[in-house]
Design a protein around this ligand. Structure first.
Ligand SMILES: [Ca+2]
Ligand SMILES: [Ca+2]
Length: 121
């Protein structure tokens, strides 16, 4: 039996915002496996409608066939942060560049629309 130990790196390149959830802008951050992975040097990044934001995030050690779920959150000063939605990606045994639309968290989100550009290598 062949044992395949090859792992992949998942790079998150860009976050496109088509609609924000809050007025004017969302204060967003990304989580993976329960931990904040972006932005790296502050709590959150304000994002306005019709904008694209560079991410520069790499997640190493992804196995073939693995499902990766990235959560998009909105930071709030006076109430608990809101999970806007999730990006679910299946890492196949093939390098390439892809885009995934956010699946909205319907409990918290009524209009936010985001897409994530990512790459496997
Ligand atoms: Ca907020
Ligand atoms: Ca809130």
């Amino acid at each position: 039996m062949e044992i395949n130990n090859k792992t992949f790196t998942l790079a998150l390149h860009r976050l496109h915002c088509y609609f924000v959830e809050e007025n004017e802008y969302d204060d967003v951050f990304l989580k993976y496996n329960g931990k904040k992975i972006w932005p790296k040097d502050k709590k959150q990044q304000p994002i306005m409608m019709d904008t694209t934001t560079d991410l520069d995030v790499e997640i190493e050690g992804i196995k073939e066939g693995q499902q990766v779920v990235i959560e998009l959150w909105d930071w709030d000063l006076l109430s608990p942060n809101d999970k806007l939605g999730t990006f679910t990606m299946i890492i196949e045994n093939e390098p390439g560049q892809f885009s995934t639309d956010m699946a909205r968290n319907l409990k918290e989100t009524k209009k936010a629309k985001y897409t994530l550009d990512w790459e496997v290598y």
